[in-house]
Design a protein around this ligand. Structure first.
Ligand code: CP
Ligand code: NVA
Length: 305
């Protein structure tokens, strides 16, 4: 039975920990540019309905390093769901490829893609979530701190796909997760409830960024207007006043907190140039780890093909 990776909690806690170990091992092998070709003679279809730098390049270079061939399909190439039905694209690409990675708008579309594809499907971001990113994020925190216990992550900004990803991680690994967002920009209530219902993590949704970051190990932010919402940029800039992760907010944690951002960052809006460039910022290590984490995910789903 093929396995997909659409949400972080499609994995068990044990599998998440195994994937973290595998990513660490693959990172060391990649650093040596070791000859490692588990995907020789295999191909990966990469469907992108939205722009991407990190996700596209890390999947493509990662799959090539592992001996396979990756085919990038831009938003103009297949126009999934418009030029052709999602379920048709799923079955056609499954006949050429061993794995499908997709970045789409509606989450229902990636569910449909996975339902009809006969090869594993990996979610490379939807309007709802971004599981590869949060896997790379928790891997980075583990690398930098050396442990995952007793962890407080405060997210400041829009209750968007990154927040849903953190909430779903909190349903698998114990965390203290705080989301500080304006009243009108909350994460989906059902996802918050689902995370709380596991009883594993402490989840808080607050509206005061200074109170939220107190004693945080990690302060995390993301753009105020996600892809597909860029036309709301001006209204959002007004709504998010006071939610910028700047030097004063980092100082308000009361400790040596780490700063993380999934990138791309809009410097001067959700964060500042100073915070991005500060010693607290681990954003580039975080971006680098997308490669190693996704290699680990692909191997776990479709390894030894
Ligand atoms: N963080 C992230 O997914 O970046 P891209 O949109 O550039 O892929
Ligand atoms: N929330 C952002 C994340 C980009 C990686 C977006 O969806 O545009």
């Amino acid at each position: 039975m093929k396995r997909d990776f659409l949400h972080i909690d499609d994995l068990t806690a044990g599998e998440i920990r195994q994937i973290l170990e595998l990513a660490r091992d693959l990172k060391a092998r990649f650093a040596r540019r070791e000859h490692f070709r588990p995907f020789a003679n295999r191909s990966l279809a990469m469907i992108f309905a939205k722009p991407s730098a990190r996700t596209r390049v890390s999947f493509e270079t990662g799959f090539a390093w592992m001996g396979g061939h990756a085919v990038y399909l831009s938003p103009q190439d297949i126009e999934i769901g418009k030029r052709e039905a999602v379920k048709d694209v799923a079955r056609v690409l499954s006949r050429y490829n061993d794995l499908i990675v997709a970045r789409l708008f509606a989450h229902a579309n990636i569910r449909e893609l996975a339902e009809y594809a006969t090869v594993p499907v990996v979610n490379a971001l939807t309007d709802y979530n971004h599981p590869c990113q949060v896997m790379a994020d928790i891997f980075t925190i583990w690398e930098v701190r050396g442990r995952l216990d007793d962890l407080k992550v405060t997210y400041v900004g829009d209750g968007n796909n990154m927040v849903h990803s953190w909430l779903r991680l909190a349903a698998r690994l114990p965390l203290h997760f705080v989301c500080a967002c304006p009243e009108g920009y909350l994460p989906e209530a059902a996802t918050v409830e689902q995370a709380r219902a596991t009883g594993l993590s402490r989840i808080e949704i607050l509206h005061d960024p200074r109170a939220a970051v107190d004693q945080a190990d990690v302060v995390y932010t993301d753009v105020w207007a996600s892809m597909g919402r860029k036309h709301e940029t001006e209204a959002r800039q007004r709504a998010f006043q006071g939610f910028q992760v700047n030097e004063a907010l980092m100082a308000a944690t009361g400790r040596d907190s780490l700063f993380m951002h999934c990138l791309p960052a809009e410097r001067g809006l959700e964060t500042t140039d100073g915070v991005m460039e500060s010693p607290a910022s681990i954003v580039f290590q975080q971006a680098e780890n997308r490669l190693h984490m996704q290699n680990a995910i692909m191997l776990t789903l479709a390894g030894n093909p």
